[in-house]
Design a protein around this ligand. Sequence first.
Ligand code: AMP
Length: 387
Amino acid sequence: MTVRRQPVLGILGGGQLARMLALAGAPLGVKSLVVDSAADACAGQVAPLVVADWTDYEALDHFARQVDVVTFDFENVPAETAHWLAKRVAVFPAPRALAVAQDRLAEKTLFRECGLMTPEFKAVDTREELDQALAIVGAPAILKTRRLGYDGKGQFRIKTLADADAAWAALGAQATAHGLILEAFVPFDRELSVVAVRGRNGEFRTWPLTQNWHTDGVLSLSLAPAPDIAALQERATHLARTLAEQLEYVGVFALELFVKNGELLGNEMAPRVHNSGHWTIEGALTSQFENHVRAVLGLPLGDTSARGLSAMFNWIGELPDAAPVLEAVDAHWHDYGKQPREGRKVGHATVCAPNASQLVERLSGIAHALGRDQQAGPAVGKLLENR
Ligand code: AMP
């Protein structure tokens, strides 16, 4: 009998996304090897962890020799590291796609080339250019770092032109290293995301559009499939596909969208599995994590249909009592094994149901048991109002 060699997936970054990727790979017989600079990175609890930083080429060389394909849990891996690895081993998504998604200016420019409208934007590198950009974009607006921002970090909201000095004081120091972008503030009706996957052979699928609610720039609730998407799903799928083909993208990505007067506007693209796709673990026939593993390894993709309705809540800072979720019907608890810290995503819960009224009932029961009626009230109310 020949010895069977299991495929090894290399994952750059060892957070909860790497953890869930490694867990999804296991039933497919895929082993994972994770790289992170932190020895306590939470993916290290479920897969072997190499502790190294992104410029430790000796460690990265050893890592590259042990894996069949490299992918990302973290989109801000330096482009040089991704290019260096791509000379030694298959890297998906390819460094070029990663580079575009790392830069808000390149990303929004590509969106427009692909026919996806965006909020008005202007690159800003100097204090003078901020005034020029404000004259064109107007206020309210948001000044953002072009690179390295996530979850609302590296952003300053400009309510009136008088806030320009304060915005520059907050972000001007980062203009030289990362560049800045000024974007018009969009008073959107709602936020949606489309999570999509493209295989090595070009096979393409999307999960149903997801509606997202943020608190202080951080995702707090996702509802999938989003209500009233009949007129938007096809367009969102077409746009995601056009983008993926332009970038020759391989793997899962999320396209974050604003909806204003029935029109879709592109906010950003995450070149990886995405928080707004966590509901797919229990709520879809194939999860985003499994399909990402399948895509980067060149395996056939799985069905992305939703089983019913799902709502996903993030646990930020610290975990609440797990019991009300564990006791509820079709409710699923995810503890990332991280230490509590303010603003940190430490876990999530997904509640599934065959219809809206049962979903609302289950959510209300959990919220009540957790003493969070107040917090859950607006979210649950939104579900009711749309169904
Ligand atoms: P981002 O890191 O760009 O995804 O921003 C985090 C959140 O801030 C988004 O999900 C929106 O809720 C909000 N936001 C970002 N950009 C804009 C914008 N141009 N107009 C209105 N809200 C925005």
